[in-house]
Design a protein around this ligand. Structure first.
Ligand code: 5GP
Length: 212
């Protein structure tokens, strides 16, 4: 199957989680890699669905055993993508979508160079600030941490292959979906293209020879 990893990054409040959920609901050929984190769960989060919530000791042990394809500290907590999660989704014949920070995205691409990197850009600074403030879970201290990391995330945009403006959700979801479809048609990703082209050439050459 012609499947590959798709990385979505954005500053906190950029809307990538909503886009990810929408894509998963709409496309059966996309699966989610559940990340590990040492952050405590929020009220509505489910272990094994939103994240695997680990103790720091457990996280570090897994890291030492090489279980992560990438890992990074974000807003003072550890986050990581399990190699086993990536293998599970790809092995299922689905594109694996990951909602990870820019440091993780750079590490991941080094391990899986076939990855597609998409940056979800909020329409303006005002909108981003408003979305960040609206988050009920944020205390002034964590809000400040998220602002600092949002700046770091924004400066990393040049490393991404695609930028999707998250002005209107429907349009943003459809753009990410179209990127996945177009990437699937890249020559390098098409499995039998060389053989198919050779066969067509051979057929035409035979015709030419028969003419002579
Ligand atoms: P949150 O705690 O709000 O769910 O996520 C905080 C940040 O951590 C987000 O920018 C998210 O993309 C990032 N993140 C979530 N999972 C991972 C992961 O597995 N690896 C990395 N590097 N970042 C992650």
């Amino acid at each position: 199957m012609n499947v590959f990893p798709v990385i979505l990054s954005a500053p906190s409040g950029g809307g990538k989680t909503t886009i990810t959920h929408e894509l998963l609901a709409r496309r059966s050929d996309v699966g989610y890699s559940v990340s590990c984190t040492t952050r405590p769960p929020r009220a509505d989060e489910v272990n094994g669905k939103d994240y695997y919530f680990l103790s720091t000791a457990d996280f570090l042990e897994r890291q030492q055993h090489g279980e992560f394809a990438e890992s990074a500290a974000v807003h003072g907590h550890l986050y990581g993508t399990l190699r086993s999660e990536v293998a599970r989704v790809l092995g299922d014949g689905r594109h694996v979508i990951m909602d990870i920070d820019v440091h993780g995205a750079a590490q991941f691409r080094a391990v899986f160079p076939e990855s597609v990197l998409i940056y979800v850009l909020p329409p303006s600074g005002e909108v981003l600030l408003e979305r960040l403030r609206r988050r009920q879970t944020e205390t002034p201290e964590t809000l400040k941490k998220r602002l600092v990391s949002a700046l770091g995330e924004l400066r990393a945009v040049p490393m991404f292959q695609y930028v999707v403006l998250n002005d209107e959700l429907e349009q943003a979801v459809s753009n990410v979906s179209r990127i996945i479809d177009a990437e699937g048609l890249r020559r390098e990703r098409l499995q039998n293209v060389e053989r198919d082209v050779r066969r067509i050439i051979e057929r035409l050459e035979k015709e030419m020879n028969d003419m002579n």
